[in-house]
Ligand binder design. Structure first.
Ligand code: FCB
Length: 467
């Protein structure tokens, strides 16, 4: 598509914001919801910063109307949220819970009434605890449980929801959940992490098939967290090989099976000491590569990597204090002069352009959506209560420009969801990290639109940037 004005997005570009069930809903034990792995994990001493849990979170379960009104105030055209599996199917198998489904029906109706597209993620990390007790994602049966659940949720909401995402960031579920253990369920067993990865992907493929069979027109996709990756010294073959390895373990190990129907051979070779991939059965990859209508990409930062250096011990992966299978020999470096967010993630907007263009170039054509992008900063409200988060304003601005650059280079980018609508429970970091365009005072549950939210409203209205 030719863009006449370089600061304007193509007509129909979809502007949204994203959240996830456990991060905002609260009401953890209400209306029949049973615990998820995140309830268990967050209630285990030492697992989350300050022992924070999602018991109350933003109390969105009770305040969803107010929150949807905020979306209207910001001018959002779409809202990406997730369904809490243990709320709608307690225990992860068997009958559905009408009260749980009703909550999402009410939420969706409220959105539709306000002309906001509901964009549903079926799994944003809250696996019912009973399924973890039965083996969790390393167990093949969990994939079948997920497909049943997905079909049942689609059965309940499919008349009003057209956009369905199976999984959010299976990399995190598999590797942070089962290898490094910094996310629920907090296990540390590398071979299990790889089995988990495969079963998450299998669950994705089976769910796509099941939903498609009932609703050929549904818009189906998956959301992957992808990274731009570059070499500390591009002149060093060892550093370039570190790029190949980490690109394989972070990006291609998910992109290839989903879009090409195969695991990358070089990554399998890198992981030979961890797993023989014996969990792959005949027909699995065909299922996993079920045709999609769109691909969601979450982008936050870039990895700069280098070869092992006998004089500088391998650095632990920046989000995972222990192992990410296959990455042990790689050094992850910080570049001097780059600003970092409150997560200590380097701000690298050109990496978003690079990621979008790369997916468009290396994989079969599929419409792309940025389903998450955003930044945590320490917000200090002024004496009048206003939150002037100029660093976040700048972060978003740079990434909008990166989207425009990707579109100009031909990437089929169709929409953008900011992370996040609200400050929320940032997993192991609890409430200490704030990502919202709307601030939440957890003591009073008061919402305050930050400067970044006000700016976003202008961008949406203009469908582009002013200068
Ligand atoms: C992503 C998660 C999302 C949020 C952001 C900051 O990995 O999908 O829930 O925590 O990071």
């Amino acid at each position: 598509m030719t863009i006449i004005d370089p600061l304007t997005f193509p007509p129909g570009f979809l502007w949204g914001a994203a959240t996830a069930s456990y991060q905002i809903e609260g009401a953890a034990a209400e209306d029949g919801r049973t615990p998820s792995i995140w309830d268990t994990f967050s209630h285990t001493p030492g697992r989350t910063r300050g022992g924070d849990t999602g018991d109350v979170a933003c109390d969105h379960y009770h305040r969803y109307r107010e929150d949807v009104a905020l979306m209207t105030d910001l001018g959002l055209a779409a809202y990406r949220f997730s369904v809490a599996w243990p709320r709608v199917q307690p225990g992860g198998r068997g009958p559905m819970n009408a009260k749980g489904l009703d909550f999402y029906r009410r939420l969706v109706d409220e959105l539709l009434e306000r002309d906001i597209v509901p964009w549903v993620t079926l799994y944003h990390w809250d696996l019912p605890q009973e399924l973890e007790d039965a083996g969790g994602w390393p167990a093949r049966d969990t994939a079948a449980r997920f497909a049943d659940y997905a079909a049942a949720v689609h059965g309940a909401l499919g008349d009003r929801v057209r956009h369905w995402t199976t999984f959010n960031e299976p990399w995190c579920s598999a590797f942070l959940g089962y290898a490094s253990g910094v996310h629920a369920p907090g296990r540390q067993h590398a071979p299990d992490a790889l089995a988990a990865m495969h079963h998450l992907l299998l669950g994705h493929g089976e769910a796509v098939r099941a939903i498609r069979a009932n609703d050929p027109e549904a818009q189906l996709g998956i959301t992957l967290n992808l990274y731009a990756i570059s070499a500390a010294d591009p002149a060093k073959p060892g550093d370039l090989d570190a790029v190949r390895r980490i690109d394989g373990l972070a990006n291609r190990i998910f992109l290839d099976p989903v879009l090409l129907g195969r695991y990358p051979e070089d990554v399998r070779a890198d992981l030979a000491g961890v797993s023989d991939f014996g969990f792959v059965r005949d027909g699995d990859l065909e299922t996993i590569a079920a045709p999609l209508d769109l691909l969601g990409i979450n982008y936050y930062s870039r990895h700069v990597v280098a070869a092992p250096d006998p004089d500088a011990p391998a650095e632990p992966y920046w989000r995972a204090p222990t192992s990410w299978p296959g990455s042990e020999t790689v050094r992850f470096l910080k570049r001097p002069g780059y600003s970092v967010t409150d997560m200590d993630w380097e701000v690298d907007a050109p990496g978003l352009t690079e990621t979008l263009v790369r997916v468009a170039r290396d994989y079969p054509a599929v419409p792309l959506y940025v389903t998450e992008n955003g930044a945590a900063y320490v917000d200090t409200p002024g004496t009048d209560g206003a939150i002037d988060d100029q660093e976040r304003v700048a972060y978003f601005d740079a990434h909008f420009r990166a989207c425009l650059a990707a579109i100009a280079e031909g990437a089929p980018l169709k929409g953008y969801f900011a992370w996040s609508l609200l400050d929320n429970f940032e997993w192991a970091w609890g409430y200490s990290k704030r990502f919202g365009m709307v601030g939440v005072d957890y003591a009073t549950q008061r919402r305050t639109v930050k400067a970044s939210g006000h700016r976003y409203r202008e961008v949406i209205k203009r469908n582009g940037l002013a200068e």
